[in-house]
Design a protein around this ligand. Structure first.
Ligand code: TYM
Length: 353
C-alpha cells in the first residue's frame, strides 16, 4: 500500500499559508485515499528547535498541533490514518544519522531555506538547522512515502530526499527506499496546477511566513477572526486598478484570489472568471475578509471541542503503528549497511544479537 505523508511544525502558530498549502491538500487526499493508502500526518517536533524557541510552551503547542489536524478534518478513526510525534519514534533520529553519512556537504549547503534562515539567525546557526532537510528525508524515507503534500517552499527539500534515496538504492539495494515522486507528479497528485505559495499580506512578493514578526503580514490560525478580517482589508495590493490573476505584476490581488478560491473549494480559474474586468479592490477584499473570518470562527470552534485526552489516545495508537513500520525499515537499512547480519548470515537456530 502506498504512503502519503506530511508534517507541520508546531513551534510557532501555523498560518493560513500552512493551512492552505499543506493541511488542506493532505486532508483532501486522506479523504480520497484512506482506503488504498496509509496517510501519515505527523508532528515534526524535533524540527521545532533548529532555531531558538521558548521550550516551556513546546509541549502544549505539540498537542495543539494535533488538534489542528483533527479540526481541519483529518478523520483519525480511519484505520489507515496515522498521527504521531516524530520524537516518539526514535527510528527517525537513527535514520537521520545514517542518511547524513550519504548526504554531501555541498548539496546540503545549497538548500535555500538554510541560507535564508541562517541569515535571519546569524548569531545562532546550529548544526541542527543545517541538518534539518536530512531529518526531513528520514521522516519521508522511513515510511516509503511516495506522495508528500507540501507548499512550494519545501520542494527543494523533497528533491534532496529523492537524491539521497536514489543514491542509496544504487549503492545497496534497489528496493531499499521508495523514491518519492518528483515535484511535477506531486503537484498533479494534489490536483493543483502549480505549487502553492500563499503570500505575505504586507509584502506580497514574499511568502506568508509563520516566523514573521509583523503580525499584519500573516493570518495565524489562532487570530481573532474579526482582527484577521481587518488584516485582509488592509492587505497591500497595487495601483493597476483591475482585478487580474498575475502573480508577477499583481501579487497582492492574485494572492487574495488564490485564498478565496482555496477557502471556498472552488477552482481558481472560476474565481478569476468571476472577477475578470472588475476594478473594486475593496469588494474583493470584503469577500475574502468574510471568507477568512467565517473559516477561522468555525475552525477555532472545532479546536476548542477536542480534548487533550482524545489527542493522547490518538497519538498512542499512531505511535504504535509508526514505531512498528519505521523499525522494520530501519532494520532493513541496517542489514544493507552491515550493521546487522544479512538474511543469509542469520540461521534460524542462531538468532541475531
Ligand atoms: P513547516 O511547518 O515550516 O511548514 C508546513 C507546511 O506548510 C507549507 N507552507 C506554505 N504553503 C503555502 N504557502 C505558504 N506561505 C506556506 N508556508 C508554509 C510548507 O511548504 C509545508 O508543507 N519541513 C517541513 C516540516 C517537515 C516535513 C517532514 C514535511 C518535517 N519533516 C516530512 C513533510 C515531510 C516544514 O516546512 O514545515
Amino acid at each position: 500500500m502506498q504512503t502519503i505523508l506530511t508534517g507541520i511544525r508546531a513551534n510557532e502558530e501555523p498560518t493560513l499559508g500552512n493551512f492552505l498549502g499543506a493541511y488542506l491538500p493532505t486532508i483532501r487526499l486522506a479523504k480520497e485515499h484512506a482506503a488504498d493508502s496509509h496517510i501519515n500526518m505527523f508532528i515534526p517536533d524535533l524540527h521545532s528547535f533548529t532555531t531558538p524557541i521558548d521550550h516551556s510552551k513546546l509541549y502544549s503547542q505539540i498537542i495543539k498541533g494535533v488538534k489542528y489536524y483533527l479540526a481541519a478534518g483529518l478523520d483519525a478513526t480511519q484505520p489507515n490514518i496515522h498521527i504521531y510525534r516524530q520524537s516518539r519514534v526514535s527510528a527517525h533520529s537513527e535514520m537521520c544519522w545514517i542518511l547524513d553519512c550519504f548526504t554531501y556537504f555541498g548539496e546540503a549547503s545549497r538548500m535555500t531555506q538554510f541560507k535564508e534562515k541562517s541569515a535571519e539567525h546569524a548569531d545562532a546557526i546550529t548544526v541542527g538547522l543545517f541538518n534539518y532537510p536530512v531529518l526531513m528525508a528520514a521522516d519521508i524515507l522511513l515510511y516509503d512515502a511516495k506522495y508528500i503534500p507540501l507548499g512550494e517552499d519545501q520542494f527543494q527539500h523533497l528533491e534532496l530526499a529523492r537524491n539521497i534515496a536514489i543514491r542509496m538504492n544504487n549503492k545497496f539495494d534497489q528496493a531499499l527506499f521508495t523514491i518519492p515522486a518528483p515535484e511535477k507528479e506531486q503537484i498533479k497528485f494534489m490536483h493543483l496546477e502549480q505549487g502553492l505559495r500563499i503570500r505575505s499580506l504586507t509584502e506580497p512578493s514574499k511568502k506568508m511566513s509563520k516566523s514573521s514578526e509583523n503580525a499584519k503580514s500573516k493570518i495565524s490560525l489562532n487570530d481573532d477572526p474579526a482582527q484577521a478580517a481587518k488584516k485582509i482589508m488592509s492587505a497591500t495590493t497595487d495601483s493597476v486598478g483591475v482585478i487580474k490573476f498575475d502573480m508577477v505584476n499583481q501579487p497582492g490581488i492574485s494572492n487574495l484570489l488564490q485564498i478565496e478560491a482555496l477557502l471556498n473549494d472552488r477552482p481558481l480559474q472560476d474565481l478569476i472568471a468571476d472577477w475578470a474586468g472588475q476594478s473594486s479592490y475593496g469588494d474583493l477584499k470584503r469577500k475574502v475578509a468574510d471568507s477568512v473570518q467565517s473559516f477561522l470562527s468555525l475552525f477555532q470552534e472545532k479546536v476548542s471541542q477536542i480534548t487533550d485526552a482524545e489527542v493522547e489516545a490518538i497519538l498512542k495508537q499512531g505511535e504504535s503503528y509508526a514505531n512498528h513500520a519505521a523499525n522494520q525499515k530501519l532494520h532493513h537499512v541496517q542489514r544493507a549497511l552491515g550493521l546487522r547480519p544479512s538474511d543469509s548470515q542469520t540461521s534460524p537456530t542462531q538468532p541475531e544479537h
